[in-house]
Design a protein around this ligand. Structure first.
Ligand code: NAP
Length: 258
């Protein structure tokens, strides 16, 4: 199957990592559904950018935490672009909290988006992928899930650890049908999410601090992650499954016992 035969859904494709992934998949030749939760303007801007470069894309607002909305999105994509062959489960939110500031409602919402969202979208595309015996699913987890030491990330890390194990388990369930399931675990990336988490802080100082923790001595850009997503989503990557590809510039602050 060629890149030009691909139809990709990028959840949270309007901004940040998802936006960069949507643009790169379109550049490779895929038709792309740019999903978002609320910022239709941002999703439509990505669609216009893809169309201006000669590609095909649609913007669809759907909360991945809402199973019905996800099912309706897949039906709309199938009607407008064709049956999905690539799913990038990128939509996510990060609620910073510690044991002291634990807020069950906000954390339940985070889990519904970060974990249930992956389950909803995977279930919604798997029937069509199974029928055609082809599919590429790429989940976006985080290095927080493998134990980086950034404060305030415990519950977010736990939600992303769920995504990491679901990646391996779903790969096992869907492999016999020709569907690969992999994950990318980004390090610290310059996006609205990381800026919002440090609202009020000195961003330049935070960037310097985080850059010092990476062997490459810089923070990541959304394109660094998009490149890894496109690699795992490629037609040629059909014998790579159940893997988590860490893309963190060589972060050195993993929790250890030394
Ligand atoms: P971002 O800049 O905040 O963008 C998030 C995108 O996801 C937006 O387009 C947003 O839609 C969409 N979204 C949020 N909740 C959604 C929902 N319920 N349904 C559908 N779409 C939803 O985030 P980012 O930094 O690019 O992060 C993308 C992914 O990478 C997340 O899963 C995040 O956890 C993960 N990650 C990020 C970093 C990092 O350093 N940035 C590191 C590791 C992992 P609207 O535009 O409508 O708001």
């Amino acid at each position: 199957m060629a890149w030009t035969d691909q139809v990709a859904i990028v959840t949270g494709g309007a901004r940040g990592i998802g936006r960069a992934a949507a643009l790169l998949l379109a550049e490779r030749g895929a038709a792309v559904c740019v999903n978002c939760a609320a910022r239709r303007d941002a999703a439509e801007a990505v669609v216009r950018e893809i169309e201006a470069a000669g590609g095909r894309a649609v913007a669809i607002v759907a909360d991945v935490a809402d199973n019905k909305a996800v099912v309706a999105m897949i039906e709309a994509v199938t009607a407008q672009l064709g049956p999905p062959t690539i799913l990038v489960n990128n939509a996510g939110i990060s609620h910073q909290a510690t044991l002291d500031t634990y807020d069950p409602e906000r954390l339940a919402r985070m889990r519904r988006v970060n974990v249930d969202g992956v389950i909803h979208a995977t279930r919604a595309v798997m029937g069509g992928m199974r029928a055609r015996r082809y599919g590429r699913i790429v989940n976006v987890t985080s290095i927080a899930a493998i134990g980086t030491a950034l404060a305030g990330n415990a519950f977010y890390a736990a939600s992303k650890a769920e995504v990491a194990i679901l990646t391996r388990r779903f790969a096992m369930e869907l492999g016999p049908d020709g569907i690969t399931v992999n994950a990318v675990a980004p390090g610290f990336i310059r996006t609205d999410m990381t800026r919002a988490n440090r609202a009020g802080d000195d961003w330049a100082a935070a960037e310097r601090r985080l850059a010092e923790r990476a062997m490459m001595r810089r923070i990541g850009e959304p394109q660094d992650i998009a490149h890894a997503i496109a690699f795992l989503a490629a037609p040629e990557s059909g014998w790579i499954t159940a893997q988590t590809l860490v893309v963190d510039g060589g972060r050195m602050d993993y929790i250890g016992h030394a």
